[in-house]
Write a protein that binds this ligand. Structure first.
Ligand code: SF4
Ligand code: SF4
Ligand code: FES
Length: 248
């Protein structure tokens, strides 16, 4: 809102919070998350379910941070900044949790990178490499999961799905088709199209491919594109959201 008196223009001051991130004094808008505030000062926090341009659900727990005075770790992507907050984004404890989160993701499904279409172009694999994950201490579940290749252009492989719900959110929030949903509970959940019918028979899917672009693993992929031919472009969403917010 703008108001002018005597030709002047007054813009109301944004609601600003001051906090401490990794021992640095930081100012952030009240509507910003810890993740956004940290990024603005160049602090990188690992994420999987978060994607610029999509609403946050705090599902993967990769971005957990410590907040002084709270025993519970909080997801940086889904926690708003607060006045006087003291945040730690990297510590031995957090590294332990992040590594454990990654190990659980690998143990839950069948992530055999060597024979995955996304090998070399996978966010889960990249984070595992970054965290020096050379073994998994949890028992592998080896679930018997299906692959849906019924769509003319795309395939869905539940073996590689990490249930980040990026596909669900982009289809609903950006494309407006609402084709995707999640069925079931916990680790046994599955992403489904329409009423759990083959993707190729979906009446709502517009075949825009946005879900494929934002999927961080090889769970959704374009047929005929594998390995190094597989690069996805999740950053198109950041561009879309910046344009939408008029920030460019
Ligand atoms: S291709 Fe587009 S419309 Fe179809 S499921 Fe993916 S995001 Fe939704
Ligand atoms: S299919 Fe891909 S984008 Fe969708 S929940 Fe699974 S990993 Fe995430
Ligand atoms: S990136 Fe924050 S919980 Fe997944």
């Amino acid at each position: 809102m703008r108001s002018g008196h005597g030709g002047g223009c007054v813009t109301p001051a944004a609601d600003v919070k001051t906090l401490v991130i990794n021992e640095r004094d930081v100012s952030a808008r009240a509507d910003q998350t810890i993740l956004e505030a940290a990024r603005e000062i160049g602090v990188w926090i690992p994420t999987l379910c978060h994607l610029d341009g999509l609403g946050d659900v705090g599902a993967c727990r990769m971005c957990l941070v410590e907040i002084k005075g709270s025993h519970r770790l909080q997801p940086a992507c889904a926690t708003r900044v607060e006045e006087g907050m003291t945040v730690t984004t990297h510590s031995e404890r957090l590294e332990k949790y992040r590594r454990m989160t990654l190990e659980l993701l690998f143990a839950e499904r069948n992530h055999v990178c060597a024979v995955c279409v996304a090998n070399g172009a996978c966010e889960l694999q990249a984070l595992a490499q970054l965290h020096g994950l050379d073994h998994v201490q949890f028992p592998y579940r080896f679930p018997a999961l299906s692959v849906d290749a019924s769509h003319e252009r795309f395939s869905k492989d539940h073996n590689r799905c990490i249930l980040c719900t990026r596909c669900v959110r982009v289809c609903s929030e950006v494309e407006g088709a609402r084709t995707w949903d999640v069925m079931g509970r916990g680790g046994d959940s599955q992403v489904i199209t329409d009423l759990n019918q083959p993707w190729g028979t979906s009446e709502t899917c517009t075949s825009c491919g946005k879900c494929v672009q934002v999927c961080p693993t090889g769970a959704l992929f374009e047929k005929s594109k594998v390995g190094t031919l597989f690069p996805k472009s999740p950053e198109f969403l950041t561009y879309l959201s910046l344009m939408r917010d008029g920030r460019r």
